[in-house]
Design a binder for this molecule. Sequence first.
Ligand code: SF4
Length: 375
Amino acid sequence: MEKTAPITRSLLTWFRNDARDLPWRRTRDPYAIWISEVMLQQTQVKTVIPYWERWMKALPTIESLARARSQRLHKLWEGLGYYSRVRNLQKAARVIMERHKGRFPERFEEVLALPGVGRYTAGAICSIAFNQATPVLDGNVTRVLARLFCVRQDPRARGTRERLWTLAGTLVRQAAGEPPGAGDSRGSAGPGRTGPCSALNQALMELGALVCVPRNPKCGLCPVSTFCQARAKGLADRLPRRARSVQAIKRRQFAFVVERNGRFLVRRRDETGVNARLWEFPSCDVSSAAEPQEIAQATLGTRPRRLKRLATLSHSITRYRIRLEVYRVGEWDPAGTKAASGRWLTPEQMRRLPFTAAHSRIVRRLQARKRNLGR
Ligand code: SF4
């Protein structure tokens, strides 16, 4: 077993002195911490801050989340992607209301049993909110530990993963034995006192986010550089072992902007699948040879006499690189269209609904155009 006590102490001291003053670090409310942890999955801190602040203002309690309308939740989440996360948040809030009388559970197993909560999130909530010695292991922490302890094997392999969890557990248990105050965060009017288990886990996350970054780690600024085995062996930049990069898949889509008396045809996506329940303009995946006139007829149920390209937008969903061609439909015959399955809304009404990220860019353009015309 590696000697971890000096590493733990160095991390606690570093966190006490250098922790960023983030809004969710000013509270010990498990609900607020849970929301921040879920938002931070796949998303950077600076992006999450305004989302989290808006969310906590709109839905400050577990009860308010449990009761919120799905459309409101999706609007608050609009732009963060991976919308199953927000649906799981509500399912879990309802479980807490029913099974735990509205009080966030404190036992690790009970937190882990909530919908959408995995080992990492349960560990983060229990350590940060309740100062329990529960480890965390996300991408950042994996990188720090793989370098610190020179773990050369693939961190995605089951055995290696378990070894990393064990190392993370050793460090946080070590922190639990530190004197009270070892994790007090300096930051504050706000962050307040943080227990050592909370501080240790957050120090690992913070180190991975700011110092032990994927490329060109800033070893000169690192509080544990003297203990770092990968650095000593000149392997810092090469660990953890990277997966072969997944080939991006190109996709082409058409979207059609149909206007009637200042209102636009939009529809809600299905209950399941990517971007479930979000709003969008009529659209579909097309082949590289597809002609917009034919696709418009198939999508809208009527062949427009005129189509004008409004924009071409590029965006990504997981491994897909999508080129979205947006056409404005002119001189079309509304009779016999498939418009019945959608709704006709003004740009202002659309702004109140949760749209997919790419289509909310179209809404913003329509709004800007309307403002310009109004001048
Ligand atoms: S010394 Fe460098 S590689 Fe090692 S943990 Fe610190 S930043 Fe990461």
